[in-house]
Design a binder for this molecule. Structure first.
Ligand code: ZN
Length: 288
């Protein structure tokens, strides 16, 4: 367990949605001295399929945020941030309300804004390590968090680790949704091996997510696995064959997401070159 030591101080978790934290890091969170959990979306997709019974997308987002705070309070984690909160009341450039731009499923479409939020958070919170979700094609927001953290680890010189949540990378059964296993193992994985008490606390966390119905039963609270963030090629989907969100017939494909990643990375590199050349205006712009 010595390998996990760098993750147990002031660690910033960069996640996409309420409940990501308890599936992927519920035990590890209980061992950290000063964890901070930051959710990069508001947890509510645009499709009324997800929020219809709550009356509005905003009501569903508010409920999910309350659930996350209660779940994390179960293990004594008070430092919980929702990027979307910062947007309430702000105006989007060019007019219009900005409160709806960090919606669930849409992170890959607003990477510059998400990057700016992450840079601000790291500068303000001064974490010693970053944790995020694996690049695995389960959910485009999870993959977007992975990309953003890969850039943050370079910019700030911080160690970054990832955890799997779900994917369809299984070579022998492409139809199977695999929980909590990396799409491809590379030998650097560490099993967290939660204690019985940590598992009990994880179950208490999960019980706070009533809005997610049976979905959390798909996961095992006993299983938790992490590894250092590898160097991914974000121009290609995480694995061959159909990705999970394609199989779920969501309104984006792996190609759409990769195209957005490549476009953002190109913009990022151009600004980085200008910054290295001493262009102070670019230095400010790289954060956008
Ligand atoms: Zn998620």
């Amino acid at each position: 367990m010595q390998a996990l030591q760098p993750l147990l101080g002031r660690t910033l978790l960069v996640l996409a949605h309420p409940d990501d934290e308890c599936v992927t890091y519920g035990a590890l969170l209980q061992r950290m001295a000063d964890p901070i959990v930051r959710f990069m979306t508001d947890g509510a997709p645009r499709d009324p399929y997800f929020w219809g019974r709550y009356g509005s997308r905003e009501a569903y987002a508010a409920l999910r945020q309350q659930e996350a705070r209660r779940a994390l309070a179960r293990i004594g984690v008070q430092r919980v941030e929702f990027v979307s909160e910062g947007y309430h009341g702000r105006k989007r450039e060019g007019g219009g309300a900005a409160s709806d731009i960090l919606v669930d499923q849409g992170l890959f479409r607003i990477l510059p804004a998400a990057w700016r939020e992450l840079v601000d958070a790291v500068e303000r919170l001064r974490p010693q390590a970053l944790l995020t979700l694996a690049y695995e094609g389960g959910h485009p927001d999870h993959d977007s968090c992975n990309l953003l953290v890969s850039l943050a680890t370079k910019r700030f010189g911080l160690p970054a680790w990832e955890a799997p949540i779900y994917n369809r990378a299984c070579e022998t059964d492409a139809a199977r949704l695999e929980p909590q296993r990396f799409a491809r193992e590379n030998g650097t994985e560490t099993d967290v091996r939660p204690t019985a008490l940590e598992v009990e606390h994880k179950r208490a966390m999960w019980s706070e997510y009533a809005s997610q119905g049976d979905f959390l039963q798909f996961f095992s609270p006993e299983r938790e696995c992490v590894r250092p963030l590898p160097a991914y090629d974000y121009s290609a989907p995480p694995h061959p064959g159909q990705l999970n969100y394609e199989r779920w017939q969501w309104p984006m494909t792996g190609s759409d997401v990769c195209r957005a990643f490549v476009s953002f990375l190109e913009q990022f590199r151009e600004l980085g070159r200008a910054e290295a050349g001493g262009n102070s205006q670019a230095s400010a712009d790289i954060r956008t």
